[in-house]
Ligand binder design. Sequence first.
Ligand code: TMP
Ligand code: MG
Length: 338
Amino acid sequence: MLQLLSLIFLSMLEDDYLVPELEKATVRIRQPERVRGIIRTLREQGVAKLQVVSDFDMTLSRFGCNGRRCPTSHNIFHSSHVVSEDGKKKSVKGDVDSVPFPSAMLQLKDLLHYYYPIEIDPNRTLEEKRPLMVEWWTRAHELLVQQKIRKGDIAQLVRESEAMLRDGFKEFFDQLHKNNVPLFIFSAGIGDVLEEIIRQADVFHSNVKVVSNYMDFNDDGVLMHFKEPLIHTYNKNNTVLQGTQYFQQLSSRTSIILLGDSMGDLTMADGIPKVENILKIGFLNDKGLPPPPHPVLTGLLQVDERRGKYLEAYDIVLESDETLDVVNGILRYILTET
Ligand code: TMP
Ligand code: MG
């Protein structure tokens, strides 16, 4: 009897300290009991059943650094000498009349400032957003192709950029590698760039697989196109994975941890044939941009409204958290031998 009581007491204690990182002030959870249940089951199911599916930009990479926005894999080109000053000033050809933006001289950064608020606007439907995302990616890729970017310049460009992985990235990548847990990075960013960021951080291990937008270079190493299919925020699902057998090969891995920062990231694991347990962790990145010069940027002021939607969609929401502490804490708990 005494033994039974102490077992119950110990398991209560263990529950309290399940993952201490969940006590961080950045953590928001709508259904704490449910989340604790999923985490416990992920541990019971064991490491052999686990796989991680993650977004890259602003999920594995940081949103802010030194009081500014950190560049995404597209935006490392903004500050680079590789995109010439002339190129930075060049206008992006397109249906500018339909764009209620003060200048017709849209540049990569201007595109971001115009389209990113649309991407995160909780008051627009996915049907409204999808064509606008295609428009954004198409324009951005056209602009990059015009700059005649060279394959050989990418490593230096990444080295000189402020792109950064979130604090705790080394433990995250190394833990997964050490335990042979597959990590699938599904990104609407630029594959060549994000691979280089991970390589330079020394964590591009053999368990990492990336699906993203890849550049197509000619024999002289000059960027000519982007390879198909175009991946944008709201088609990160099975439609762009057809032809890859990735998830089919991992069909025995029915425990999933999904990491994202956008509502579009929620469908990244849809192609997994059999999901038994899934824990969705979402970064609700702060607005972090300067005050809006135009009403269209009011999307950025809707963090409160976004919070409600994120809490419904993600099991754990991390707000203004530039670290992977919570993810690492959960992994540590799951990967510890029972
Ligand atoms: P992700 O899927 O790895 O998060 O990459 C998509 C992000 O890239 C998305 O949040 C918007 C961002 N992005 C830019 O920052 N600049 C661009 O020019 C484009 C097309 C996308
Ligand atoms: Mg992202």
